[in-house]
Design a protein around this ligand. Structure first.
Ligand code: GAL
Length: 842
């Protein structure tokens, strides 16, 4: 026994490095071509997942989905204001448990890119910088001044030391292969004057002095000093060149969608265009590309930036806010990553040549010493599909597309030919949980000053300097006397409010008379509200609100908010300017002061039980016991019946809700053409609808029973209509043509047909536990349209439906080849056939 163990020991020692779980490296350097990890050039796919935008219970699955999607690396920012809550006071628990997140990534066998910032922008409150820092005398953000730099240095050092303690840097055998300091400072540097350059150079040297043993990057920083690598952030980075021939071409932010603002329509970036941009980048010598964001998640609580950025940070990302794959985007990019990886060695070690194939068509060809050849054929014409000849073979190249040929012969991928199915997700309402009347209780806020006023001024104070962002809310209240003769004129008096933002609810004599807010990214507004005054004393109470602090822009930390002028016009005596009246102020809501959202019993006497909770009543807190939505689908809180406010489940802050709608003509298009340069305004949906109706409530926030939902409604709504909805896939669609690449990426190199035109197929798959219950549409011929609105063309095979039903009905998944015999004889020779299918999952 002992002898056997003795013989096994050397073998085990030999195997030990192979047994190490998780990603590990020992050295990361770079040359002009790529990062070099343990002596080998690497072509890397990286995916941003921001740890505080989901919950720890979601992390392993999110990371696994990224890995399945072909990621080598996870990228995250570090969110300073979530971690250093007061100077020197740190928080690393729960959603902010950075070490745990890093460990999840390591255990999944992926690398980590840590963008420490600590300024991050990121549509995150105040760009990630702590609000308290703004109030340390002498501090100016992101430029050459002692307080800012010393705090930035201590925080950076704190994070680096935490990572070192865990042996997380690759130089220590860990998985962190890159770190970033600052964020997109290059474009702002000049505006900060001479201090700008000095600060940028200081940031670089401060970072280098941390001795992490891994390279540092600075994104959008053309003057990043050696050895810091300057990287690109954009929708396209194929034309980017680093500032030195010794540095590799790295793309730190490829935006696969875009963020949303309350009151605006929803942007989408088509998967064909995302894939196009990535393929172009790798074809043009890129070596590391990161999706910002691969999973956007949720801006829980008051973490969202602003003004007006939604609580959802879905971003139209490959993994949706709720942690589910977005198809076809996720799958299309997964195929892209596999295709690029087939070329890795040839791309990284070969020589490249550029060959023109037409006026706007070209081939980037790579050949290496071992005989490898890989080619990227591009058609950058944004309108015309074309056929090109490359090495005596013809290749069909749709407009604005790239084909990848890992052997310079066979197309394994074309960015415009989406083979994956589309998965249609719906929010399916649960029956109302709060139906038992005795479960409601309410707390009604006082209009204006509750308890004692905080202070009085005969002018307006800045909202943010007053609340220091401890709350969204600041009351500005005053009163004035109206002589009966003012009112005799028959004119309609008007209340005129000017505000620097972000929103206001106006109360006259305790009644809500109107609300106003800024638009888009402009926080300031003015509003004119017709009012009815009474003779004698009139009270005005204006509830000013912030909706996420600015998160980017030069000197953004000085942008103010709150009222700047209040006047009443239209009285017989002309305009009454109330701006220099005595204004009494109160910071925050009373319910916030008592922490009514906390589940403890301490507040029980404040809550008033109500069998029928009041509806459409402003400034009301509602509390209700709710059941756990059945099953394990992700959950969204449907706030359609409500106005604006905040919500919590069991004390966890779901976030700000606001059913603010966009205008009906807010840039929406009925179709979205993927061809041509993308911008966030290109493909929008949801005009005339609330920007955000559902709010993600992570499953891990529910207890098996005894769950409490607390909602603070500012304007008035019907709380009895609030429901939980489950996010479920209800149907699948596919649209595949005969001329789509048919190579099975898994068996590449083993068996490969020399003719890419045979064997295209449609694959349908419902989520686990569901079956294809109906085929709603099937047409083999020349159908057109998009999922849920496909139409037959002039060529339609009559057997289409029966072939699909036979192959797919009552199955969880099915595959139908376009060469299927069941389609019978060719009804329209010469037409390139497409099979379009829509099916329900049940
Ligand atoms: C970039 C910035 C990111 C994020 C992004 C838009 O400019 O670096 O932090 O704000 O824009 O989503």
């Amino acid at each position: 026994m002992a002898a056997a163990a003795g013989r096994l020991l050397p073998l085990m020692l030999l195997l030990l490095p192979l047994l190490v779980v998780g990603a590990a490296a020992s050295s990361v350097t770079y040359d002009h071509r790529s990062l070099i990890i343990d002596g080998r050039r690497r072509l890397l796919i990286s995916t941003s997942i921001h740890y505080p935008r989901s919950v720890p219970a979601m992390w392993p699955k999110l990371v696994a989905e990224a890995k399945d999607g072909g990621a080598d690396c996870i990228e995250t920012y570090v969110f300073w204001n979530g971690h250093e809550t007061a100077p020197g006071q740190y928080y690393f628990e729960d959603r902010f448990d950075l070490v745990q997140f890093a460990r999840v990534v390591k255990d999944a066998g992926l690398y980590l890119m840590l963008r420490i910032g600590p300024f991050v922008a990121a549509e995150w409150n105040f760009g990630g910088l702590p609000v308290w820092l703004h109030y340390i005398p002498g501090t100016v953000f992101r430029t050459n001044n002692e307080p800012f730099m010393s705090h930035m240095k201590s925080f950076t050092t704190k994070i680096v030391d935490m990572m070192k303690n865990e042996q997380f840097f690759a130089s220590q055998g860990g998985h962190i292969i890159l770190a970033q300091i600052e964020n997109e400072y290059g474009g702002d540097e000049q505006a900060y004057g001479p201090g700008g350059k000095a600060y940028a150079m200081w940031a670089a040297s401060m970072a280098l002095a941390q001795n992490t043993g891994v390279p540092w990057t600075m994104c959008q920083q053309p003057d990043a000093p050696d050895p810091v690598v300057n990287t690109c952030n954009s929708f396209y980075c194929d034309q980017f060149e680093p500032n030195s021939p010794t540095k590799p071409k790295i793309w730190t932010e490829n935006w696969p969608g875009w963020f949303q603002n309350f009151g605006e329509s929803n942007p989408h970036r088509p998967p064909e265009d995302v894939a196009f941009s990535v393929a172009r980048f790798f074809g043009k010598g890129g070596s590391l590309q990161n999706y910002y964001v691969y999973h956007g998640g949720t801006n829980f609580g008051r973490t969202t930036g602003g003004p007006f950025i939604t609580t959802s940070y879905d971003y139209d990302a490959p993994i949706d806010e709720y942690g589910l794959r977005r198809l076809p985007k996720w799958a299309h990019l997964t195929e892209l990553h596999k295709s690029i990886k087939l070329c890795e060695h040839t791309l990284l070690y070969g020589n490249s040549t550029l060959l023109s194939l037409g006026p706007q068509q070209e081939a980037d060809i790579y050949t290496d010493h071992s005989g490898g050849c890989a080619a990227f054929l591009s058609n950058i014409d944004s309108e015309k599909d074309t056929v090109v000849t490359f090495r005596n073979k013809q290749y069909d190249l749709p407009a604005w597309s790239v084909s990848i040929l890992p052997d310079c012969k066979n197309v394994v991928f074309n960015s415009a030919k989406v083979r994956s199915q589309t998965l249609m997700m719906d929010m399916v309402p649960e029956t109302l949980q709060a139906s038992k009347p005795d479960q409601w209780s309410i707390f009604t806020e006082t209009v204006g000053i509750w308890d004692k006023k905080d202070f009085v001024r005969n002018r307006f104070v800045d909202h943010i300097n007053t609340t220091k962002d401890s709350t969204d809310y600041l009351w500005y209240t005053t009163s004035f006397d109206v002589d009966i003769s003012y009112l005799a004129s028959g004119n309609q008096p008007v209340l005129n409010i000017d505000s620097e933002g972000h929103a206001v609810h106006a109360f006259l004599n305790n009644m809500l008379i109107g609300s106003a807010y800024g638009n888009g990214s402009i926080s300031s507004f003015n509003v004119h509200m017709p009012i009815n005054l009474k003779a004698g004393k009139n009270n005005i109470a204006l509830l000013s609100m912030t909706v996420g602090l600015h998160n980017a822009g030069i000197h953004y930390e000085w942008v103010g908010a709150g009222l700047t002028s209040v006047k009443i016009s239209g009285t017989k005596n002309g305009t009454i300017d109330l701006s220099s009246n005595n204004w009494a102020y109160k910071i925050g809501m009373e319910g916030e002061h008592y922490s009514l959202f906390k589940p403890d019993q301490g507040n029980n006497q404040r809550w008033r039980p109500q069998s029928d909770p009041p509806k459409h009543q402003p400034l009301t807190w509602y509390k209700v016991n709710v059941d756990v939505p059945q099953g394990d689908d992700p959950v969204g809180l449907d706030m359609m019946s409500m106005g604006k406010g905040l919500a919590w489940l069991n004390g966890n802050a779901i976030g700000r809700y606001w059913t603010r709608t966009s205008s009906t003509d807010d840039r929406c298009n009925s179709t979205c053409n993927y061809r041509g340069t993308f911008s966030p305004d290109k493909c929008r949906t949801g005009c005339g609808k609330p920007t955000q109706r559902w709010y993600h409530v992570p499953r891990s926030w529910f207890h098996p029973s005894g769950n409490t939902l607390v909602v603070f409604e500012e304007q008035g709504g019907d709380p009895t209509k609030i429901t939980f909805s489950r996010r479920v896939a209800t149907s699948v669609c596919a649209f595949v043509s005969e001329n789509y690449p048919s190579v099975d990426l898994k068996s590449w190199g083993k068996s490969i047909s020399d003719d890419g035109r045979v064997g295209a197929k449609v694959q349908l798959s419902c989520p686990k536990g569901k079956i294809i219950s109906t085929i709603k549409f099937a047409s083999f011929g020349d159908p057109s349209g998009t999922c849920r609105s496909y139409q037959q063309g002039s060529c339609h095979h009559p057997n289409s439906l029966s072939v699909l039903e036979k192959a797919c009905l009552n199955r969880n998944s099915c595959t139908v080849s376009l060469s299927e015999e069941g389609f019978g004889e060719d009804m329209c020779p010469g037409v390139t056939k497409t099979l379009a299918v829509e099916a329900d999952c049940a």
